[in-house]
Design a protein around this ligand. Sequence first.
Ligand code: HEM
Length: 470
Amino acid sequence: MSTLPVISDPKTTQAEFQIGYIWVALATAVFAGFAIGAHLAFIIGFDFSLGRGFAGLVQTHGHVQLVGWAGLFMIGISLHIIPRLASVPIANPRWIPRILWLMAGGLLLRSLAHPTLAYRGESAFGYWAVVGSGLLEWGGVGIYVTLLLRTLRGVRDAKRQPALLSVRPFFATMLAGWMLYASINLLLLFDMAWRGDVVMDPAWNQFDIEIFIGLVLLPVAFAFSSRMLPLYLALRAPDWPVRGTAYAYVVSLAVQVIPSIPLVSGLDPEVARIVSSLGSLLKGGVILWFVWQLDILTRCWDAWTVKREVAPLPDKRPARWGLPDYGEFGRFERLVYAAYTWLVLAALFEMLVGGASLLGNPLPIATDAIRHMVLLGFITHLIFGVSVRVIPGLLKKRCVASVRLVDATFWLGSTAAACRVLPLLAPSSLIDAVPGSALIAQAAFGFSGMIGLVAVTCLAMNLWKTAVAE
Ligand code: HEM
């Protein structure tokens, strides 16, 4: 973690990239998020007794994966990219390490205290610790949101910053989402301590998770994808209506999520179900439209480089086919393609579930399966792919340390996601009909977490080796 004062690049007056966010995100993933996920999946997959602390451990896993793994990665990258997109220096560079300290402290406390509380039973110290973790994270998020708002206020004429303008609704959604998530999380922890329970209120916890995925993770992923992927994958220029798509996304998300607020859904559960299903259909449609326009899986439009292409100089080796690099970052594009394939699958399943529920025929597809398609399939693979492509440059290195580790991350990550999700989607008639398939599905699920843990460890080793390379 960076303890150094934040240095500004004298040429651009922009703060230097803070690699500490990436190390803390990776450490949280390896030692808490994926490690607990591996334990949970093993226990469920091989039918061990769940034990009384199980539900508390599930909540800890969900929280540290969302905030520690995906969230910290996105905070680190956003603090670097958003000021550059806006062409303004960050408002208070000295706040950057403070956010990290608060978040890391909160996550550490939560990873230790919540499972201990869940397994060892109620203790005043345990309750103080979990509420303290929520407070530290709330403080970190508050500073982060204030810092970005103050930075963006420095933009004099937003119309002259088209790159920022197109993705601004996504960033606004993200900032609101962070504040909402951290506030609900703190209230839920406080309520848990007040009631002397060892798990947060399940309905509100599920709602908070949906808030984080829908308002924070997906909007940031869409904003960065639409600005960065055309550059790294030679896609079409982002001259399609990104801003309009962002508004459509926010409206569809509101239609889906507002009826599932526990207070609202209690008023008229039937109407809430119908409206929320309609929202799922709409949101799935908007996501498919986004992926189609991004052109990442279809490649129907000309690359933005097409008008600039010139024959390579005689002594210059040609770039990889259809890509602007020479292979120095490994086959990182496969991780990004895998991410978007999982996103398309998740959107299709969400539409299927929403449509069936609208027609009054609910399908037996677990929310957990679609959620992990998004979180492990899409978000995690996007982080895997973008980090090996972007972080070497931010560390002023020309290439990633090991292209083999990039391949290993791809194969292990894809296997982990398939093993985590597909057994939950296999129809029971198929499992009954094919001898041995139940055992295979159980084993795949049981080992999915360990495979995921090895995948994220490969990424961590690769980035570390890149950072220390001469
Ligand atoms: C191979 C990797 C993973 C494994 C084996 C795994 C396993 C699990 C298991 C067994 C559950 C409990 C499901 C249930 O109660 O029905 C769970 C819940 C959850 N997981 Fe994962 N997971 C993995 C990756 C991830 C990632 C990468 C994220 C986020 C970025 C994530 C976020 C969540 C969330 C939010 C929940 C719900 C927590 C709650 O109900 O409070 N998981 N996971």
